[in-house]
Design a protein around this ligand. Sequence first.
Ligand code: SF4
Ligand code: SF4
Ligand code: SF4
Ligand code: FES
Length: 861
Amino acid sequence: MNETSAVKTVSLTIDGQTVSVPEGDTILTAARRNGVDIPTLCFLEKLKPIGSCRICSVEVEGSASPIMSCVTPVVDGMKVVTSSEQLSRYRQEMMRFILTNHPLDCPVCERSGECLLQNRTFELNVTEHPFRTIDYKKTAVDDWNELRYNRNLCIFCERCVKVCWEIQGFGALAIGGNGYQARIVPTTGETLDCDFCGQCLAVCPVGAISSAIIFSARSWEIEKVETICPFCAVGCSIEMNVKNGALVRNTSNDNIGVNNGNLCARGRFGHESVQSEDRFRTPLVRKGVKLAETGWDEAIENVAGKISEAIKNYGPDSVGVIVSETVTNEDAYLIQKVFRAGLKSNRIETLSNMLNPKLNSGIFDEMGSSAPIASYDRIGEAGSFVFFGCDAEKENPVIANMVRVAMRDSGTPLFVANTRNPLFKPHARQHVRYEYGTETLLAAALIGALKESGLSDGGVGDPSAFIKTSGSVSVSEAAKSAGVSEEAVRRMAEGIKTAGSPLIFLGKEIHDHPKGAEIARALSNLANLAGGRLLLYREYCNSQGANDMGLGPSHFPGYLRTDSDQAAGYYSAKWGVETPAFPGPSPDMLTDLVAGKIKVLMVVGCDPITHYNDGQFVREAIQSAGFVVVTGSYDNETGVLADVALPTTVAAERDGSYTNNEGRVQLLRKGVEPVGQSKPEWEIFRDLGVRMGMDMSYETCEQIAEEIAELVPGYHGLTHNCIARGGALITYPGKSSDAEGYEFDTATIPSDSSGFPFVAIIGNSLFHLGVASRHSKALNHMAPGACLEISPDDAVTVGVSDGDNAVVESVQGSINVKVVVTGRSSKGIVFITKNFENAPATHLIYRKNPVTRVKVSRTGG
Ligand code: SF4
Ligand code: SF4
Ligand code: SF4
Ligand code: FES
């Protein structure tokens, strides 16, 4: 560090000891930095100091009365005393004031034993409760949908108000009324209508905010088991609260994992799915038209027999597997090992890889060192943020929390480019709306504007040379064709240039886009030019790990190509089993199913009929297989077609590891016993492999992790012991460590609007993801069915109003939805939530149309 950038320091004395701390520290921070403990109540590390309780007050020489240490910055020469008789009395008095309206209801309060107020009262030795308001009487508990507010227990510390604004960006809570009438009130109307992230519940130091899910335990009866959220790809740490073998709630902890105690509704309230009555408990085998209960041995025997028969008669290529991206790394590794080394079949897929292999298993072949994977540390270091085709608040909400904190603390500017108007608070410095299908043109315009503004090449050569149509694309032409003004493009480019090192987030819309890989390549040129990085939002908890472990036909684990004799030789030698190379183009599993080439299909943990594009076609394809094996934790649409159905454990019931969006491998821990006879996938595939003649003796998941740590490039050394605390970032392959230029084309996507005026973007609801969330009562209460977001202008044209029921039709099908009229949608674009098996939005997609267009009409209800 050079002298000009050196942090300035301040000298002061704390309890007689001279210390030197960075300028800008508060007295509290300075004291803690030097091992001096000052009691606090309203202070929370992740929030700006609130200064409402006065418990942290200290004596400062020259000040007549104690001052709050959490809000007071240090100054040179300051003399601070943190503990004295007078301070003790002062803090006790403050506690008595705080307790004025607080009944001593500890025996019936659900926070008893984990209440900061209880702890401070005890530590400060406050034994009397002398102050009472004149007309002290209890008020009723407020029903806030998924939360409850008990004004009687509220100490008005304001943590809930601040966390909802500073971290969640919602601002759903405020203090209403004065004096004895004061209470926390929703700003959303009579009751709360918000993201239901539960950050307010988590930070409330007392029992004033509680969950509407009945909590049937006392804190001392609970064992907390740290694990990873099984929903999205952020990889948040959660604590399972287990009482007598049952999962009674999930809590967060600011001191573990990547999420700083923040969770979204799915992570905090989705745990009901674990003990849902809908859980599938026993192996089933088809007997005539019905599925009948059977034992594991019979079921596995049956599957092994059918696979052997298919391989004998039609060859190994007649057996395929589609695997969920929610299986663990250990499951994924073993599934592909059984298929490749045991069955000699390379028909291995995930739904994401089937949709967009270039951004999944082929990502490093496609983009080398510029692959859009970036550590979350980059969020704090970025000069600017660019959300490109990304609705950050709804897609990976806890990443949005991290971005918001960086904006609060560092003033990092945000730029948004989208076909819609996703909301974000604090507001973006600039938002440009482009026409769907013109994304690479907009990227070309931004690159051109950056170049023309004099930015050097960032080591990538002339990025405009990589635009295939660069000869004829000027900034003004490209901007105009993308539906953006030239002035807006130049302003955004200037903003990115001035702020430097952009972190560009590619949303799910880009991941699912017919030109997703092209857009990623285009934007990597932009990022490289400006010294930045891309981060692609993945969908599920182990989407990244599924790719890393070789769940796609083009790569073995660690991105070694399956068409390489050398890679096949490597795994043959390591596995001790002759494993062939698999040359040739990747097969299209669904087309081959329809063509009758696949005789046995295994579907592991997912529901392709509900969650893959063109569900009708998927159904026909799966029906074409002679024998279908489905593994999962709940019944689903695909399960209806099963000949054998095998119950699997959910994340809370097992060990293993997931690799998150940033390439961090993290440990999953077992909190509760599996329901019924369910087993983790690795056990099922181990038993199948053994039946098929493989020599496999894994007894624990950890043994598989050890094999991964020994064999898989990037994962070397990452045993469960090694990742037990905090996880570890994978070392990914890259073509080079230097920034590169990537060719991309600027062709737009034509789409025929006749009869179908709206482009449909289909994505996840904030409250649902995959199969499990539909089995949580709380999440279903928050989002009971599919919604259509439509702009106010379009709503008028179509004749629908907010809350109406409507039918959405495409060339392929129709579904019923609830209408949400919102400025989030722009004219001509509608957004439809997927995940609802009773209204599967993916059934609107026709696989031969790159863009899904729909019409909307109101129904009677
Ligand atoms: S649940 Fe989240 S969004 Fe709702 S009030 Fe609490 S902090 Fe705010
Ligand atoms: S509800 Fe809880 S967090 Fe909010 S002001 Fe009251 S005590 Fe503080
Ligand atoms: S769903 Fe994603 S953002 Fe929400 S708590 Fe789980 S990992 Fe975090
Ligand atoms: S902790 Fe400082 S005022 Fe509450």
